[in-house]
Design a protein around this ligand. Structure first.
Ligand code: BTN
Length: 326
């Protein structure tokens, strides 16, 4: 942990304040060093009161992503978030992770960006990522799973996101297979899972997550205004991004451990309970093929089981889904 992260963490766990002397003792640095970092944190928007009797007290923190703050909030995790980086502007956080993976970055690395100039969604679509409005981030994983099982990770990510959003905001998102989160029927988040693998061996997986958090309707490009929403629109008030980001990483870390522990069945059941696509008569475009049938369940690999109109049960790992009127 950096000194900033340690200071923020100490301030967070001392609701009634902590003296400069105690901070020095706890963190093993000089009073001048503490004072300089407190000033720097104030510059970044942290409201830190200093009182000769009660010491330093954290009154408010900014809606800004700072690696030290995220690390301090998250504490120790098993894998996800052991290393967190926050960048200002990138092409795509998936690109940044890809590059770092090629340089042997460790599993669990998370890269956030305040904005992306070439944010991308599934099927080569563009992902609008305006500065400070959302959570745009990617995670590097090196799981010991078969390439066929990687769909489990997308399903687990959607479930973890839904849980974290509910805990932080009280909003109950529904999953639209394979990787969209909907609020009031509009898209509020998406997941882009990218894979480097051989036929039977995974090198690494990049989970890219985009969540529309603080946008007003007019912040969305015109073509998305009918179909997209943000947590702020759905809730009627802004949502603290660092707090949501940490809640997500914590849930993801837990679910990743469950997957590696071969407990996907439990996660699949949770996924099924919050997926609005199940039970529906759908058409799914997979490349040039169109499949029609009823969406029944998730199979053990995380693929959607479609009971086709011809009565066959077909596992589908990805595609564009449209709900048909019966
Ligand atoms: C989709 O719904 O099609 C997936 C959207 C995924 C967007 C996120 S934002 C962070 C990461 N970087 C990207 O370029 N894309 C993902």
């Amino acid at each position: 942990m950096t000194l900033d992260a340690k200071i923020i963490s100490a301030l967070r766990s001392a609701d009634s304040g902590i003296s400069g002397a105690d901070l020095c003792r706890q963190l093993g640095v000089s009073r001048t060093a503490i004072w300089a970092r407190i000033e720097a944190l104030r510059e970044l928007g942290y409201d830190i009161a200093a009182n000769p009797h009660t010491g330093y007290r954290l009154l408010a923190s900014p809606d800004r992503l700072l690696a030290a703050d995220l690390q301090a909030r998250l504490g120790k995790t098993q894998v996800i978030g052991r290393d967190i980086r926050v960048l200002d502007q990138v092409t795509s956080t998936n690109d940044v992770i890809e590059q770092m993976a090629a340089e042997n970055a460790n599993e669990g690395l998370v890269v956030f960006a305040e904005s992306q100039t070439k944010g991308r969604g599934r099927l080569g679509r563009r992902w609008s990522s305006p500065s400070g409005k959302g959570l745009w981030f990617s995670i590097l994983l090196r799981p010991n799973l078969h390439p066929m099982e990687i769909t489990q990770l997308t399903a687990a990510t959607a479930t973890a996101l839904t849980r974290a959003i509910a805990n932080e905001t009280g909003l109950h998102a529904r999953i639209k297979w394979p990787n969209d989160l909907l609020l009031d029927g509009k898209k509020a988040a998406g997941i882009l899972t990218e894979l480097q693998a051989e036929l039977d061996r995974v090198h690494h997986v990049i989970i890219g997550i985009g969540i529309d958090v603080q946008q007003a309707p007019s912040d969305f490009p015109a073509e998305l205004q009918k179909s997209a929403t943000s947590l702020k629109i759905a809730l009627g008030r802004p949502v603290n991004r660092p707090s949501l980001a940490t809640a997500i990483l914590r849930e993801l870390d837990r679910d990743y451990a469950r997957i590696l522990d071969r407990q996907f069945k439990e996660l699949a059941e949770e996924w099924e309970a919050i997926c609005g696509t199940l039970g529906q008569h759908v058409s799914i475009e997979v490349g040039t093929r169109t499949l029609r049938g009823r969406a029944e369940a998730l199979d053990p690999n995380g693929a959607l089981l479609l009971r086709t109109d011809h009565g066959r049960l077909e596992p589908v790992t990805g595609g564009d889904v449209l709900i048909l009127k019966n």
